[in-house]
Write a protein that binds this ligand. Structure first.
Ligand code: ATP
Length: 381
């Protein structure tokens, strides 16, 4: 297929996916996806294995042809340009460095391929950007995994792509190095100002780095927004459970009154501020994060204005930063409660399974209850 190369240095504009669909036979991997990624932003596609995020990335890169839909960069549809004609570079989990070339030549590769002879300054600037000054003459095998990933990044960035695609780039690194590289990647993105589109199944990674996170499920976007917004006010039970842990209680909303929505669940009545509800009437899930539940020993200790659920501690796991409790409720399902080991107040580890407790729940958000979705707590009961 013909088509001109889009200038790598010309202004890019936003990256827009318009009704992008990919089918493999009768299976739809990406289902009518539409979204806009603002120029210069750090965008994460987050989802479980098989949800279609890599296929989406590959369509942006030109490694997979869409069944239908557009990939627009600014006003230009690049969906049918060959990969090398797109102002897009990809960094993969496998670094794919050339083992026989030293680090300098690995980074210089893209420039040399374009016939550029004077590469010294640019290569050194890139190595400095990824903090690998002095490693020019080493071979990839003489570097650690994190260092090799930095070389892969420098090799992509030297081409001045308008969009950098990152496909689980930190997947092969150990946890500590991953955390370090997340901060590093964010710094580099801010410094170069290029649009980064990052694919990951690691919610912490997406939330640490991205300005905007799109949670994907079965080829579609469930919710898109700033990490804190997704975490604090998830739109669906899937997002609530995928992004961190959530207690979801199936109930029925009875409409708004005085700024609150009344919800009945398992014979109890709760209220939710209307601003934190996505549905006013009908079947809903009440969602509350484990760290927002607090344990007290008796109903008298529940602070005024808080709501509570009676239950019994069935498990306490000390995980260092917090102690994580499972509370069996009167209706049989379990709620998770995280108590920070902050050193303040009664030691959390002092609570033992078997004790009668109450968990007061403040600020319960409600999400609409879709027909097929089941709360993970209800399923346990
Ligand atoms: P992972 O994190 O495991 O890579 P993903 O979300 O990136 O998962 P994709 O690689 O995009 O998922 O795959 C989405 C779905 O499309 C999967 O069910 C996968 O089996 C299917 N799929 C991907 N490529 C092909 C192909 N070439 N032929 C048939 N099915 C495919």
């Amino acid at each position: 297929m013909g088509g001109k190369t889009v200038g790598h240095d010309s202004p890019a504009g936003d990256l827009r996916l318009a009704n992008l669909t990919k089918r493999f036979g009768i299976f739809t991997a990406v289902d009518d996806l539409s979204l806009t990624i603002p120029q210069g932003s750090f965008f994460a596609l987050l989802g479980a294995s098989g949800c279609g995020k890599t296929t989406t990335l590959r369509m942006i890169a030109g490694l997979e042809e869409p069944t239908s839909g557009q990939v627009l960069l600014g006003d230009r549809d690049i969906a049918r340009l060959r990969p090398y004609k797109r102002p897009v570079n990809t960094v993969f989990q496998s670094y794919a460095l050339f083992p026989h070339l030293d680090i300098f030549e690995n980074v210089a590769f893209g420039l040399r391929r374009r016939g550029i002879r004077k590469v010294d300054d640019q290569v050194r600037r890139m190595l400095s950007l990824v903090q690998l000054d002095g490693y020019e003459r080493r071979r990839p095998a003489q570097l650690s995994g994190g260092q090799q990933q930095r070389v892969a990044l420098a090799r992509a960035l030297i081409n001045h792509p308008q969009v950098l695609l990152l496909d689980e780039p930190l997947g092969a690194l150990d946890l500590k190095l991953r955390r370090q590289m997340q901060i590093e990647l964010k710094r580099i993105q801010i410094e170069v100002g290029i649009t980064f589109v990052h694919v990951t199944h690691d919610q912490e990674e997406a939330m640490t780095m991205a300005d905007t996170v799109a949670v994907m499920n079965a080829g579609r976007i469930e919710q898109l927004g700033a990490p804190a917004d997704l975490y604090e006010f998830p739109a669906t039970p899937f997002v609530a459970s995928f992004l961190g842990q959530s207690n979801l209680i199936a109930g029925d909303a009875a409409g708004a009154s005085g700024g609150d929505i009344g919800v009945s669940a398992h014979g109890a009545r709760f209220s939710v501020p209307a601003g934190r509800a996505r549905a006013e009437r009908g079947p809903v899930f009440l969602g509350v994060r484990p760290e927002k539940l607090h344990l007290v020993d008796s109903a008298e200790q529940v602070p005024a204005g808080h709501q509570h659920v009676p239950g019994v501690v069935t498990d306490a796991s000390y995980v260092g930063v917090s102690t994580q409790y499972l509370i069996r409720t009167a209706w049989g399902s379990e709620l998770s409660v995280f108590a920070a080991n902050s050193g303040a107040g009664r030691p959390a580890a002092g609570r033992r399974p078997g004790g009668g407790v109450l968990g007061p729940a403040a600020r319960l958000p409600a999400a609409p209850r879709a027909g097929r979705e089941r709360p993970h707590l209800a399923a346990a009961g």
